[in-house]
Design a protein around this ligand. Structure first.
Ligand SMILES: CC(C)(COP(=O)(O)OP(=O)(O)OC[C@H]1O[C@@H](n2cnc3c(N)ncnc32)[C@H](O)[C@@H]1OP(=O)(O)O)[C@@H](O)C(=O)NCCC(=O)NCCS
Length: 166
């Protein structure tokens, strides 16, 4: 189903409602995974706004070199330039607005905006429990790299890195 009533906007940290976005992600239980305080990074967000001007969904990402997050040197192009990626930090559509296509629209919009920003790829990691996100990623043609995450206490979580060239 496609619901055109939510309008998509593209924000950076200078947006007047950025603190509201951060507060919402905290309220929804997504922070501290989405925004890490004092992290010196440039964050961006595709945001879905309702007709009553509420934030009803977001897809937050930052731009980073490809490689260092995985413990390796930056990946370079043939001219020695560093390749960058949009790394997704949070995706959420509030419950009452789900299954109307907003999550899909946010992800498509992010791919477009990431291309405008000049990055090589979009990448995210989802736990295996995130069935709705898996459905969207497969529908949009993301490649899938399975991942087993090991935490400090020795526990593990199965998941997937989703990657798409923009
Ligand atoms: C993931 C999320 C953002 C999707 O938002 P949404 O607006 O409902 O997304 P859409 O309506 O565009 O698409 C939902 C898709 O999930 C599918 N889906 C719904 N319930 C499902 C289920 N139980 N199992 C598998 N797929 C399911 C729908 O069929 C739809 O796919 P389709 O368009 O191919 O039919 C939303 O579910 C959410 O916020 N979940 C909680 C947070 C979360 O899991 N974030 C992802 C972190 S990795």
């Amino acid at each position: 189903m496609f619901d055109p009533t939510a309008v998509l906007e593209f924000w950076d940290e200078s947006h007047s409602r950025w603190d509201e976005l951060k507060a919402l992600s905290k309220f929804l239980g997504d922070s501290p995974y989405v925004f890490i305080d004092d992290e010196p990074r440039d964050f961006y967000a595709a945001v879905a706004i309702s007709p009553t001007d509420e934030i009803v969904g977001y897809h937050v990402f930052l731009i980073q070199p490809i490689g260092p997050e995985m413990g390796i040197a930056p990946v370079l192009d043939k001219d020695g330039g560093t390749l960058h990626e949009a790394k997704i930090r949070g995706l959420h559509v509030i419950q009452a607005w789900r299954n109307r296509g907003i999550g899909t629209r946010l992800q498509k919009f992010t791919l477009e905006q990431a291309a405008e920003l000049g990055v090589f790829q979009v990448r995210s990691r989802s736990d295996i429990s995130k069935a709705e996100n898996y459905a969207i990623k497969i529908k949009l043609g993301f490649a899938c790299h399975p991942d087993l995450r090991t935490f400090r206490d020795g526990s593990t979580a199965e998941g997937v890195y989703w990657v798409k060239r923009v």
